[in-house]
Design a binder for this molecule. Structure first.
Ligand SMILES: *Cc1c(COP(=O)(O)O)cnc(C)c1O
Length: 873
């Protein structure tokens, strides 16, 4: 029989145990071991049966046990302490509250299509979501007033299992929000708050808003599975990254437009300050900018002025250097959803379409590009590692024609990971025995190199003992998971005796786990199977490998890679040394990273924007073995691991490149990694290895923290955005929009006409100065509308400037009879070797951050004559 209705009966906790409910409903338990231990004590067996999820646990504890606990004085004392601790955490002054900067925003709204906060709230598929979860948690630890905004997917992402022959199977378990650590946002009268979007043909999309408490940070999740919706609208939030293009568009409209409406409702009901800054985590949430333009235009602000106001307070983070990773919609589809009778009435559809238009060479006129819109709607944008910043500037340079890629206004903030989530309790305990629990907690949350120095004093034997303990735990975990997987693949217990011999706690353990898009090259290690087998079965220096990863359900290529790996690891010859574990997720990841001695990553450089799993391994003393891509390109040091040499040139074909890089990987493992691991000194300790572990913890640890990342966001992006937002009141936005229109109209008349040089010393010597005098025509503009600059730097054989520095020139008269203005100023020859300069004119306005903001520049033409673009050798 099938039930026609389902609902959840909540437990009634005896009065003395009421605080348990608050502790369960704030997800801080997911990164606070003491709170977790308290829940475990409620019902040790029930705890693992409930998947270490306090809400589920409380739903299943027998009433008799609750009564017993309500009289247990020791338990009640622990409960009171945990409850007080949470209270302090939620109300106390933290880093943000001690900053003196008056420009800090009152609140920031952080939008993301997925959030990986804990395995108990499975609303993520991979790195993007985990990063978003870590961002919220670190913001909470730092006291940053963030509000998260996302969607509640009724089926989350899929659960992965394997068929007998190793083909990926997908299951989509239904999640009941009433059984999740969520509460429904209700209005003052107790009715659920409803967000409503108008769809074409008179249809309507309704959503409820669920609130998760991530420490101090509320996370609002919109849910379209409500009775008011028709069947297809109910399914809008069915699953993460499922469905076709229209489905995706509706999800993104709900996230961006509905998300802003949810934030407004939340702030109005709770008194939470209104966000001054909106952060778009990847293009998917980009419609939030359009909704804010609509809000302003309803108050009579023009589209252009509203655009300026919105841009000032928006931050956009791009996460992918893979063009296929960017959302693009059919233009017509977008037009239909933002047209007559649909959403954002009052906004000109043509203007909306322009924002997502790929205007650069090679761009598709029939597509609407969410990343392009994201960049146009945000005054500040960033990539997620130094290398990815550079790659993104190149990738989007077409949006700023006339500028070199280095000047494209996309900066970078390197990702980090939330240490309290990812550091194994054993590692944390070792640290807190040295410096005390509070100090250790602060070190993980806030960083600070001095707090981490204490790692230097931990004796070799203690570090090695810890590493062994973690490896051993992993071995146990792997066997349990592998047995469950084989049962599911149809094996009977009698066939599975061999699993007790899978992995060896004494053997060098390499981990490799990630989603399976082709650029991550899951199967690179299989390139030469014999070679790999030799490494696995080496008589004295064997290695063992644990692999995990999900392929996107629509990606049969990825599923074939998974199958190849599974089939290899099913082979009785090697199956005790290499395993594939299905259903990679946060729960598995938390066990996997600490137990691996080496974390392997071999993407096609430079396609890994940052990568964070290696950071999580490092925080537990794992060494990295990786291609110099993403974060590893930035922070690699020989003390932290090994760099796999790459053959990434435009000339190498893919097959050959894989061969070369796989060969390099085998060589490294055989010649460098394994010998070091097995080179034992007194008491069986590999001293050089332990030295690397110590150095990784002490010197790399403080850099890879999400706390460091969020502080950078606050200082470099949120605070300037808040300041820009405040300066951009209605009048300023109106004036700026008019000014931009005037500048654009006048720009064809802006030219560099003549450049004169007066070489003070007569020779081009290091340190000497050139006096420049430039004549320019500004058409209808005035000198205060522009910056005239000399730009100087090294030149190559084609006279292209590199590392160019701007030297501002000052107005020095005009206009003359031809309407020309004179600008002048010194240019210092600050480097030796081939050197060159040119002169350019950029629009300049006090409310604009970067010279390239408008994408307009005037450079000398061939006919400017002698003096322009002078080169000296
Ligand atoms: C950290 C993490 C990721 C992202 O790892 P990358 O190195 O960025 O690929 C994906 N899935 C899970 C479960 C994670 O914990």
């Amino acid at each position: 029989m099938k039930a026609i209705r389902r609902f959840t009966v909540r437990p009634v906790l005896p009065e003395p145990l009421r605080p348990l409910s608050d502790l369960a409903r704030n997800l801080r338990w997911s990164w606070h071991a003491e709170t977790r231990e308290l829940f475990q004590a409620v019902d040790p067996e029930g705890w693992s049966a409930a998947g270490c999820d306090p809400v589920r646990l409380l739903g299943s504890v027998p009433a008799a046990r609750l009564t017993e606990l309500s009289r247990d004085r020791r338990f009640l004392r622990r409960l009171a302490a945990a409850s007080d601790d949470l209270d302090d955490y939620l109300r106390g002054r933290r880093w943000y509250q001690t900053q003196q900067d008056a420009d800090l925003p009152a609140a920031i709204a952080y939008f993301s299509p997925e959030f990986g906060v804990t395995a108990a709230l499975p609303q993520y598929s991979g790195g993007l979501g985990i990063l978003a979860g870590d961002h919220l948690k670190a913001a909470s630890d730092l006291g940053v007033p963030l509000v998260g905004v996302g969607l509640l997917y009724r089926h989350g992402y899929f659960r992965q299992s394997l068929s007998r022959d190793g083909w990926q199977q997908e299951q989509y378990p239904l999640l009941d929000p009433n059984e999740l650590p969520l509460s429904l946002l209700r209005d003052a009268g107790g009715a659920p708050v409803r967000v409503r979007l108008a769809l074409p043909a008179g249809r309507c999309l309704h959503a409820h808003v669920w609130v998760a408490r991530v420490g101090r940070v509320p996370l609002l999740l919109l849910d379209s599975d409500v009775e008011e919706n028709g069947p297809s609208e109910r399914n809008v939030t069915d699953r993460l990254y499922g469905g076709g293009s229209e489905h995706r568009l509706l999800q993104e409209m709900l996230l961006g437009i509905g998300g802003v409406r949810a934030v407004r409702a939340y702030c109005a009901l709770t008194g939470h300050p209104e966000p001054e800054v909106f952060h778009t985590n990847e293009g998917h949430a980009g419609f939030l900018g359009l909704e804010r333009i609509r809000e302003l235009s309803e108050r009579g602000v023009s589209f252009d002025a509203a655009l300026e106001a919105v841009r000032a307070g928006t931050v956009f983070t791009t996460h992918t250097p893979v063009p296929a990773g960017i959302d693009r919609f059919d233009r017509e589809l977008v037009a239909r959803h933002f047209g007559e009778g649909a959403e954002l009435p009052g906004l000109d559809t043509a203007r909306i379409l322009q924002l997502g238009q790929e205007t650069y060479p090679g761009g598709r006129p029939d597509l609407f590009n969410m990343a392009v819109m994201g960049l146009r709607l945000a005054q500040r944008a960033n990539g997620v590692s130094t290398l990815h910043g550079a790659v993104s500037r190149g990738m989007f340079a077409g949006l700023w024609p006339g500028f070199d890629a280095e000047e494209v206004p996309i900066t970078s903030i390197t990702n980090g990971v939330h240490a309290p989530t990812w550091v194994a309790p054993e590692v944390f305990r070792l640290g807190s025995r040295r410096i005390g629990a509070q100090q250790a907690e602060d070190a993980l949350s806030f960083g600070g190199a001095q707090r981490w120095e204490a790692v230097g004093e931990i004796p070799d034997t203690a570090i090695w003992e810890l590493r062994r303990e973690l490896r051993e735990q992993l071995v146990t975990e792997v066997r349990t998971r592998l047995r469950a997987s084989w049962r599911q693949r149809g094996a009977g217990s009698a066939e599975l005796g061999w699993i007790d011999g899978v992995l060896d706690p004494e053997v060098l353990t390499i981990g490799f786990a990630r989603r399976v898009p082709s650029y991550k090259r899951l199967t690179l290690m299989l390139r030469d199977r014999e070679r790999l087998t030799e490494l696995l079965l080496h008589p004295t220096r064997p290695v063992q490998i644990v692999v995990a990863g999900k392929a996107h359900p629509a990606d049969d290529g990825g599923k074939r890679l998974v199958q190849e790996l599974v089939r290899f690891s099913d082979d009785p010859r090697v199956r005790h040394r290499i395993v594939f574990l299905p259903d990679y997720g946060m729960g598995m990841a938390q066990k996997l990273y600490p137990g691996c001695d080496v974390w392997l990553n071999n993407p096609l450089r430079p396609l890994e924007a940052c990568g964070t799993s290696g950071m999580k391994a490092a925080l537990n003393g794992g060494l990295n073995l990786s291609v110099l891509d993403g974060w590893w390109d930035e922070w690699y040091e020989p003390d932290f691991g090994w760099a796999i040499p790459t053959a990434d040139g435009p000339t190498t074909d893919e097959e050959r490149r894989d061969d070369l890089e796989a060969h390099a990987l085998y060589e490294l493992i055989e010649q460098r990694v394994a010998p070091r691991f097995y080179d034992r000194g007194p008491a069986g300790v590999p001293q050089r290895w332990v030295e690397m572990v110590r150095s990784t913890l002490a010197n790399l640890g403080p850099r890879v923290l999400a706390g460091r990342m969020v502080r950078e966001y606050v200082e470099r992006l949120y605070a300037p955005a808040a300041q820009a937002h405040r300066a951009m009141d209605a009048t300023a936005a109106h004036d700026l929009a008019e000014w931009k229109a005037r500048v654009r109209a006048a720009w064809p008349g802006v030219t560099v006409d003549h450049v004169e040089v007066d070489e003070a010393s007569g020779v081009a010597e290091l340190g000497s100065t050139l006096a420049l005098r430039v004549r320019v025509t500004l058409g209808d503009l005035r000198p205060e509308d522009v910056d005239v600059q000399a730009v100087a730097g090294r030149v190559d054989a084609q006279d292209s400037l590199a590392d160019a520095q701007p030297f501002p020139l000052k107005p020095a008269g005009g206009p003359d009879q031809q309407g020309r203005w004179v600008f002048e100023g010194p240019l210092t020859l600050d480097r030796t070797g081939p050197f060159g300069y040119t002169v350019r004119i950029l629009p300049a306005h006090r409310l604009l951050p970067a010279g390239a903001d408008l994408g307009l520049v005037a450079l000398p033409t061939e006919s400017t004559g002698e003096g322009a673009g002078v080169l000296m050798r």
